[in-house]
Design a protein around this ligand. Structure first.
Ligand code: PMP
Length: 435
């Protein structure tokens, strides 16, 4: 057993030695089709030569200049690129090294905004059950996934979890999408009334829920209603697009597909596409102006902020996606993937739901389709499917605890944006064998 500390302390993982487009090769030359981009990270596939050249060129110039002393050219260009494409007035970009840091930064920006605005009592954060916003303690406390939280409690206490917009499980049989969205909006209004609107700082949600639910988009109007309520009460809306953002759902920003302008957007994973560790928090002009006129200082920071090589890599990834019009492929291949999954598994007795948007698709496993009863969590079905898939040479992203942190299994698919029809076939064929 190697000395590398994995998540699993009892299992060995194969050694990845080479990336090749949508494939990863291990030390035994076994080929795995990367149908989940790791965890919705590798949006451009592996070993893209343009990105590699951009990284090499940047290292030749300078790799690291501490952000308290300098910006760098790739940092400035990447910020311009993102600000020009982000919804609303999200014109400032705070670079970090990953998704959890992006969420922590958003929460601390929100908090500091209200302190400097003279509303320091706004401390409460409203999030949703079965959500995941990162693994650092603040982000972990914000997420509502019981399985991840339970061993680490007590966590931050000013966080409240409401019902997720999870149509398959939460929408009533005869309830329209409009009525469902209205019911969830009422729940938010009630929680705000209970806490006192003047005490609430932020509402945070993933536009399309990834890891904890398996690619669940909200019903139409849900996010518009949430945006309206937040605006009416002066509550900041934070969109966590760490997983669903950067083109994964067919648009660069999933919030834009919902027709809303969040006050803060967190991105990571697909931003650097796995070529370098990078994340970012996009911040509205209103927040930045308040801080600028106040202390003039953001009371937060990490050593690797805006790492030049990471920014150069992310810029190269995003330019490749844009110049190659790869988001069109995300939409086309996403529809094909959905249809192929439905053709393969639509009548499967243990697959209850197939859903998602773009190249972000999830299937939910159930013991019984009519009652939607999950499998016994002791079976660890998701882990078994992952192992069987790896044997087949397929990387998919199965998760347990879909429902209450313990029960419920789903499989998330998030392949690179460069996949072809033949890859879609290969993914679904191998997934079928694994299941
Ligand atoms: N938010 C969401 C929605 C995520 O899916 C993740 C990672 N799965 C994170 C935050 C945390 O990102 P990281 O693992 O890069 O810290």
């Amino acid at each position: 057993m190697s000395h590398v500390l994995h998540r699993s302390l009892v299992q060995n993982y194969p050694t990845a030695v080479k990336g090749d487009g949508v494939y990863i090769l291990d030390a035994n030359n076994k080929r795995y089709i990367d149908a989940c981009g790791g965890a919705a990270v590798s949006c451009l596939g592996h070993s893209d030569t343009e990105v590699i050249e951009a990284i090499k060129a940047q290292i030749d110039q300078i790799a690291y200049a501490h952000s308290s002393f300098f910006t760098t050219e790739p940092m400035e260009t990447l910020a311009d690129f993102l600000a020009a494409r982000a919804p609303g007035t999200l014109n400032s970009v705070y670079f970090v090294s990953g998704g959890s840091e992006a969420v922590e930064s958003a929460l601390k920006l929100a908090r500091q905004y209200y302190v400097e605005k003279g509303e320091p009592q706004r401390k409460h954060i409203i999030a949703r059950r079965q959500s995941y916003h990162g693994n650092t303690l603040g982000a972990l406390a914000t997420g509502g996934n019981q399985w991840r939280r339970q061993q680490f409690e007590p966590l931050l206490i000013n966080i409240h979890h409401l019902s997720p917009c999870y149509a398959y499980r939460e929408q009533l049989a005869d309830e329209s999408d409009t009525a469902f969205a209205a019911r969830l909006a009422d729940e938010l209004e009630q929680k705000i009334a209970e806490l006192g609107a003047e005490n609430v700082m932020a509402f945070i949600a993933e536009p399309v829920v990834g890891a904890t639910m398996g690619a669940v988009p909200a019903v139409a109007d849900y996010f518009k209603r949430m945006r309206d309520i937040c605006s009416r009460h002066g509550i900041l809306l934070i969109a966590d697009e760490v997983m669903c953002g950067m083109g994964r759902t067919g648009a660069l920003f999933a919030s834009a597909q919902e027709g809303i302008e969040p006050d803060l957007i967190c991105i990571a994973k697909g931003l650097g596409g796995g070529y370098q560790p990078i994340g970012a928090t996009l911040v509205s002009d209103e927040i930045i102006q308040t801080l600028r006129q106040g202390s003039g200082f953001f009371q937060h920071g990490h050593t690797y902020i805006g790492h030049a090589t990471a920014c150069a890599a992310a810029l190269a990834v995003q330019k490749r996606i844009e110049s190659g019009q790869l988001l069109d492929n995300v939409v086309r291949m996403g529809e094909l993937l959905q249809q192929t999954l439905v053709d393969q598994f639509g009548d499967h007795p243990h697959i209850g739901d197939i859903r998602g948007r773009g190249l972000f698709r999830g299937i939910e496993l159930v013991k019984d389709r009519d009652s939607k009863t999950p499998f016994d969590s002791g079976l660890k079905l998701h882990a078994k499917i992952k192992a069987a898939a790896m044997q087949q040479g397929l990387m998919c992203y199965p998760m347990g605890g879909t429902l209450n942190g313990k029960d419920g299994d789903h499989i998330l698919l998030a392949p690179p944006f460069i996949i072809t029809e033949a890859h879609v076939d290969e993914i679904v064929t191998k997934l079928n064998l694994a299941i």
